[in-house]
Write a protein that binds this ligand. Structure first.
Ligand SMILES: *Cc1c(COP(=O)(O)O)cnc(C)c1O
Length: 389
C-alpha cells in the first residue's frame, strides 16, 4: 500500500471488538493478569500501553524499521538514544545542529563522559579525520536547521558501516513521507514529532525507529528504564495529526518553494537557503535521496537592522519558535532556537544576525507573500527612509 493510504488509516483496523476507525485512548496504567505467569501483553503503562503501541507500530512501518518508540518530546527521545553510550564514547555530529541537541550533548552528556565532535557530515574526509578509536556513532540532521545543509545518507552510512559506527538520523524536517533514512543504510531514526508529524503546533512528542534486533531490544530496555514515554492522550493526538501528513507536506513544500523563489529575487534578501531550489549546492543529492522538500527554509537579509522591523510588521505570519505546523512561523535563530550554541560556532557555520528562519504553513501562498512584501517594505522604509539600496 502507498504511504498516503497507510497514513490515512493509522490505527483504523486495530480495534476488532467494536470496529472503531479511530483507535481508543487507553488511560489505564495497570492491566489485569489472567493468572500467575500470564499477561495480556500489557502490564504497566510505562512498559507498554495499547494506544502507544498502535502509534509505535505505525511509525516503525512508515520508516521501514523493525521497532518504534514514542517519547514525551524529541529531546526525551534523543536522551534515551544517547543512553546507548557509555563513559568514554565519542560521537561525530552534524555541524549545523538543532540547538537543544547541542545543549544536551555539551551541557549534560559531556558530564557523563560522552563527547561529541561537530563536523560537516557530508564531508567524508572531515569525518575520517575526526574519527577516533572510541567513536561509536554518527548523528546526522539532513537537512540541517536552520542552514539546510544536506548529507548524502547512503554514502555516509556505507562509510560508517565499514567502521562499525551506528548511524542516527534526525528526520524531523522531512518525515517518512519524503525521506526514509533506514532504507538508505541508517540504523536509528529520531523525530521531534512535535513538528510535521503532529503538524498543528499543539502536541509535544518524540519518536524513534530502530533497525535490527539488537538495537530494538536496547531501546526497548532504555525506554522502559528511563520512562520518558508519551502519554496515551498525546499518542492519540499525534496519530490524528499523522493521518493528514501527506496532504500537509505537499502543501508545505509547494508554499515553501513558491515563497523561496519570490524571496530570492527580493532586493532586501541576500541569500535563500532551501534545498528545493536548483541553486542549492546539494540539490542533486537531495533529489536522489528524498522524494520532496521540507516546508522550512532560511534567508539572510542584506542588513541586520531590517530584522526587528520585519518581525514587528508581520501580520499573518507569527513571530514564534517551532516549525512544521499549519500556521506559518518566523523565527530568529541567533537569539532563539540557537542561543545555546556559542557565538564562534554559530558564526563559523553561518548562523548570524541577518538570518531568519521561516516555517511555511499551509495558508495560501499569495497571502503569505503579501504579508512578507508589506513587512519588508515597512522595514526598508524604517531603516533606509524608503530609498532602495
Ligand atoms: C524541535 C526539534 C527537536 C527537539 O524536539 P522537541 O519535541 O521540541 O523536544 C529535535 N530535533 C529537531 C530537528 C527539532 O526541530
Amino acid at each position: 500500500m502507498k504511504i498516503e493510504s497507510r497514513l490515512a488509516q493509522i490505527g483504523s483496523t486495530k480495534e476488532p471488538e467494536t470496529g472503531a476507525v479511530s483507535f481508543p485512548i487507553y488511560h489505564a496504567t495497570a492491566y489485569r493478569h489472567p493468572q500467575l505467569g500470564q499477561s495480556t501483553g500489557f502490564d504497566y503503562t510505562r512498559t507498554r500501553n495499547p494506544t502507544r503501541s498502535v502509534l509505535e507500530e505505525a511509525i516503525a512501518q512508515l520508516e521501514s524499521g523493525d521497532a518504534g518508540f514514542a517519547f514525551s518530546s524529541g529531546m526525551a527521545a534523543l536522551q534515551t538514544i544517547f543512553a546507548l553510550f557509555s563513559q568514554g564514547d565519542h560521537l561525530l555530529v552534524s555541524l549545523d545542529l538543532y540547538g537543544g541537541t547541542y545543549r544536551l550533548l555539551e551541557k549534560i552528556m559531556s558530564r557523563f563522559g560522552v563527547t561529541a565532535t561537530y563536523v560537516d557530515t557530508n564531508d567524508l574526509d572531515a569525518l575520517e579525520a575526526n574519527r577516533r578509536p572510541e567513536t561509536k556513532a554518527v548523528l546526522i540532521e539532513t537537512p540541517t536547521n536552520p542552514l539546510m545543509m544536506i548529507t548524502d545518507l547512503a554514502s555516509i552510512s556505507a562509510w560508517a558501516k565499514t567502521h562499525g559506527l551506528t548511524v542516527i538520523v534526525d528526520n524531523t524536517l522531512l518525515t517518512p513521507y519524503f525521506q526514509r533514512p533506514l532504507e538508505l543504510g541508517a540504523d536509528i531514526v529520531i523525530h521531534s514529532a512535535s513538528k510535521y508529524l503532529a503538524g498543528h503546533n499543539d502536541v509535544l512528542a518524540g519518536l524513534v525507529v530502530t533497525k535490527g534486533k539488537e538495537l530494538s531490544e536496547q531501546i526497548t530496555f532504555l525506554q522502559n528504564s528511563i520512562g520518558a514515554v508519551l502519554g496515551p492522550q498525546d499518542c492519540w493526538l499525534l496519530m490524528r495529526g499523522m493521518k493528514t501528513l501527506a496532504i500537509r507536506m505537499e502543501r508545505h513544500q509547494e508554499n515553501a518553494l513558491t515563497i523561496a523563489r519570490w524571496l530570492e529575487s527580493h532586493p532586501l534578501v541576500a541569500q535563500v537557503y532551501y534545498p528545493g531550489l536548483e541553486t542549492h549546492p546539494c540539490y542533486d543529492i537531495q533529489c536522489r535521496q528524498s522524494s520532496g522538500n521540507t516546508g522550512i527554509f532560511s534567508f539572510k537579509v542584506t542588513k541586520a537592522a531590517y530584522v526587528a522591523p520585519i518581525l514587528r510588521n508581520l501580520k499573518l505570519i507569527f513571530f514564534a519558535e517551532s516549525l512544521g505546523g499549519t500556521e506559518s512561523l518566523m523565527t530568529y535563530p541567533t537569539v532563539q532556537t540557537h542561543a545555546d550554541i556559542p557565538e564562534e560556532i554559530r558564526l563559523a557555520v553561518g548562523v548570524d544576525d541577518r538570518l531568519l528562519r521561516f516555517s511555511v504553513g499551509i495558508e495560501h501562498a499569495d497571502d503569505l507573500i503579501a504579508d512578507l512584501e508589506q513587512a519588508l517594505a515597512a522595514a526598508q522604509k524604517e531603516i533606509d527612509g524608503g530609498v532602495l539600496v
